[in-house]
Design a binder for this molecule. Structure first.
Ligand code: ATP
Ligand code: MG
Length: 390
């Protein structure tokens, strides 16, 4: 029997974060897909051997879990460059979109094909049989609606195949993905687990565990506020909003283009300019160092005010809250603005993470802790049931 590998995957609206095995491999892929045809004409054979596979993910996905089976997609960076790219729509349900599954399967397949895993997963010619124990999540809203069960059973009940087409290094390989087990956690709860527990689910934050806390997760397209009480998520109080940072990053990019005639490649470049240690909020214009502080300040302050209003609203409805943690990539970008607004206005007890990585990988880390714990416990109960041999 094929051994099962651990995978913890956060399918964010902006990007996928995945952690594998004994923490030895991590993936972060933009959540963008574009339909394509069999023979993507771009790169020559030589280039295929040398280019980074992550920059050229081109796959055909076979799975009964999909609404549309056997479709060919460009994924991630490669999809971003095409003109028919689709990103998740904030109003949609993650659990019901083919795009969620395509991204999930693509990330697992990219792990499975790695040479380091050749020992683990049997290969016959160009087909790899992979098996995973998956920890993942859905927005609280979807879990409340009971969509987690259907999502889980779609995954566990069949074999899913990712076929690499014109992808550097992996062209022609097929990965069959089976799940030994799938756990679907609610996103807000997962963030709480990550705050209070370590990798062995030992409590690391005694002070926090019994407090009433809010977790405001500012993502690319959406913001979720989880309410934690009695060591649990209060389902009725949790709220999701269709407000993220992507739009503001796009607006900054557009204004820089208009005012300075400088075309930045992506929102990622904007993030870099507004968060880097040295020369923050400056760009080069025809070789001269130029401030764009006026633009970034205005747009980010506007968004921070909106985010602050959301916080105020939820805090008012949960007046006995003791602390709010800001997480997600958006928290990193808006940190200084939110702190300033808070100092000038209500003075809530709010907290941020120093490290942007911690903030962005919060959910994936939590799923990892939870799925590891599940595996350890089920191995232990199996061992307990074995008759003692001596
Ligand atoms: N250090 C960073 N690296 C990459 N992106 C960052 C960073 N800091 C902030 N961002 C930006 O933060 C935004 C949100 O990122 P995050 O990964 O939290 O969203 P997501 O979880 O994919 O989306 P959602 O929560 O809406 O499903 C993105 O637009 C991203 O560009
Ligand atoms: Mg997120």
């Amino acid at each position: 029997m094929t051994k099962s590998r651990i995978a913890a995957v956060d399918v964010g609206n902006d990007s996928i974060k995945a952690i594998f095995g004994e923490l030895e491999y991590e993936l972060n892929i933009p959540n963008i897909t574009a339909r394509d045809t069999e023979d993507r004409p771009v790169i020559g054979i030589e280039e295929l051997d040398t280019k980074n596979p992550l920059e050229g993910i081109h796959i055909k996905v076979h799975s009964p879990a999909l609404k549309e089976n056997n479709v060919i997609y460009r994924v991630g960076q490669l999809a971003a460059k095409s003109d028919n790219a689709t990103e998740l729509d904030p109003g949609s349900s993650k659990s019901e979109e083919d795009q969620t599954l395509v991204m999930l399967f693509a990330s697992l397949a990219l792990d499975a094909v790695k040479e380091e895993n050749a020992q683990l997963f049997p290969r016959t010619k160009n087909v790899i049989d992979a098996q995973y124990t998956l920890g993942t999540g859905l927005p609280l809203r979807e879990v409340k609606e009971g969509k987690d069960a259907g999502y889980r059973s779609k995954l566990v009940s069949s074999v899913h195949q990712v076929e690499f087409l014109v992808t550097p290094k992996y062209q022609g390989l097929k990965v069959n993905i089976k799940f030994q087990e799938v756990k679907v956690y609610p996103e807000g709860f997962a963030a709480y687990i990550n705050l209070v527990m370590d990798n062995n689910l030992k409590i690391i934050n005694k002070d926090l565990i019994d407090k009433r806390i809010l977790i405001q997760d500012i993502g690319g397209l959406s913001t979720d506020i989880a309410v934690i009480k009695n060591r649990n998520v209060d389902d009725d109080k949790a709220q999701g909003f269709n407000l993220g940072v992507s739009e503001s990053l796009e607006a900054i990019r557009e204004e820089i283009r208009k005012k300075h005639g400088v075309e930045l490649d992506s929102r990622r470049d904007v993030v870099e300019i507004i968060t880097r240690k040295n020369d923050r909020n400056h760009i080069m214009v025809k070789g001269s160092r130029t401030s764009v502080h006026d633009i970034t300040d205005r747009i980010l302050l506007e968004l921070a005010k909106k985010q602050y209003r959301l916080l105020r609203n939820v805090w008012q409805k949960n007046s006995q809250t003791e602390i709010c943690y800001f997480v997600g990539g958006g928290a990193h970008v808006l940190k200084d603005y939110l702190k300033t607004i808070n100092n000038n206005l209500d003075g809530y007890n709010i907290e941020f993470f120093e490290d942007d990585k911690e903030s962005i990988w919060m959910m994936a880390n939590a799923y990892y802790k939870l799925i590891m714990d599940y595996v350890r416990k089920s191995e232990k109960s199996k061992a307990d049931k074995q008759p003692v041999k001596n």
